[in-house]
Design a protein around this ligand. Structure first.
Ligand code: SAM
Length: 342
């Protein structure tokens, strides 16, 4: 769709470092703040959405920004939201981003509701990996959690994604005590049956009103203990220094599952991520208290070199640590997940 200008050409490429020497390689791009699910821990049904369509970055703006960032050292882009499949013609954006030279990975996080119709087209457009968010394996509970009858459609979406030949399909499950923590073993077995790896994510304090309490967090230790009541579990050594999940092999099932212990064992010292919100704000940490206005720069006619300087300045100031894990005054972020891009 757009004129293709190479991103990283490989020549004179220096790693993109923040002020404390972390290498920044991952960009999470929220393409919309709208969602068709109403998971109460994630979004606030009463909260206004971003509003005017013109507030949301256009595909042209997303492409330009991504091309500049890949040229600076970003290697992986994950499209998220809100629900990214609600963004019209998302396949066109995928096709354009996948053509940026130097980009090594293009992935998406989705609730899967629309994937039955979109999986093949997205794969064909160049999407490499898909993460599914799924917080229950039980139809009635699932539908209640997401606030609509969606379980059957999500399973169809999962089958379509598996059939479309993505490099990897994962299931992401946020565990919340009293909500779904009785399904840990069910999830590991479900993942094995479906042929998709499960990753358990600790519940994080994001935005006022997401009902986060420390005692609701099901910790990595508890998750391991639950799986170990039935199966022996072997830790898998980390393959990549920026890896946020801890992975485990269950020999009896010949399957792997992962845990992202963001709260009980924060990994800020290895964080390689930045985020851009659907309305064009750069967040250098999920828990950032402030944001930089990328959209204003993009729309003020600045050159690519000026954009690059702006990004470099902001990334240099990336927060050393987002939250203090065990500290009782764990901060809540100013935005909730759908507007940040999870
Ligand atoms: N709509 C897409 C989806 O459902 O995957 C993408 C956006 S959604 C905000 C991305 C992920 O963030 C989901 O897996 C959701 O469970 C997770 N999430 C939202 N709030 C969270 C929180 N407070 N702690 C941990 N994960 C959270």
């Amino acid at each position: 769709m757009f004129e293709k200008i190479g991103g990283c050409t490989g020549k004179n490429m220096k790693p993109l470092l923040d002020g404390i020497g972390r290498k920044i390689t991952d960009l999470r791009l929220s393409v919309t703040d709208r969602c068709n699910f109403y998971c109460s821990y994630c979004r606030d049904a009463m909260a206004p959405s971003i509003g005017q369509r013109s507030e949301i970055l256009s595909f042209e703006e997303i492409y330009r920004m991504s091309r500049i960032l890949v040229g600076m050292g970003i290697e992986k882009i994950r499209l998220t939201g809100g629900e990214p499949l609600l963004r019209r013609k998302i396949e066109m954006l995928v096709r354009d981003l996948s053509g940026i030279s130097g980009l090594r990975d293009l992935a998406m996080t989705t609730n899967g509701y629309l994937l039955k119709w979109k999986a093949a087209g997205l794969r064909e457009a160049g999407l490499r990996r898909i993460n599914f968010s799924m917080d229950s394996t039980r139809e009635e509970r699932f539908d209640k959690l997401v606030g609509c009858h969606a379980f059957a459609k999500v399973l169809d979406g999962l089958q379509a994604a598996l059939a479309a030949g993505f490099d990897r399909v994962r299931l992401n499950t946020v565990l919340i005590r009293g909500m779904n923590d009785d399904e840990i073993l069910d999830f590991v077995e479900f993942g094995k049956r479906m042929g998709a790896q499960v990753r358990f994510i600790e519940f994080m304090p994001l935005g006022e009103g997401n009902r986060w309490r420390k005692d609701l967090v099901v910790t990595a230790e508890e998750i391991l203990a639950a799986v170990s009541t039935k199966y022996s579990v072997l830790p898998i050594p980390r393959s990549d220094s920026g890896q946020t999940s801890r992975e485990y092999h269950v020999p009896a099932l010949d399957t792997i599952f992962g845990i992202i212990p963001s709260v009980s064992i924060p990994f800020c010292d290895r964080c390689s991520r930045i985020r851009i919100t659907a309305d064009g704000h750069l967040r250098t940490c999920l828990f950032s208290a402030s944001e930089a206005d990328v959209k204003k720069h993009l729309r003020s006619g600045v050159s690519d070199d000026e954009m690059e300087r702006f990004f470099r300045d902001q990334i240099y100031q990336k927060e050393a640590a987002g939250h203090q894990g065990e500290s009782p005054d764990l901060a809540t972020s100013c935005r909730r997940m759908p507007t940040i891009g999870g």
